[in-house]
Write a protein of this length. Structure first.
Length: 80
């Protein structure tokens, strides 16, 4: 896998030393995999610049706002 830029474009959290999720741009990667988001579990997601631009546009438009409320990602209680 080609090397990513040595410095992350953004670090999400950054309040600790646990390997926080980070955003990188790999200009040497194929066009459909230039943007890489790593997590603190050693996994990563790669996408094109266009896909990342769409993600940012949707976030700016509020598509992710409901996920910023504490407990928003918790499973819904069962009705049983």
């Amino acid at each position: 896998m080609p090397e990513t830029s040595p410095e992350p474009i953004a670090t999400f959290c950054g309040k600790c030393d646990c390997g926080c999720p980070q955003l990188f741009v790999d200009v040497d990667a194929p066009e459909d995999r230039r943007v890489r988001i790593t997590d603190d579990f050693g996994q990563h997601v790669q996408m094109s610049e266009e896909q990342f631009a769409d993600l940012v546009a949707q976030a700016k438009a509020g598509a992710l706002d409901r996920l910023t409320v504490p407990g928003a990602l918790a499973p819904a209680p069962s009705s049983a």
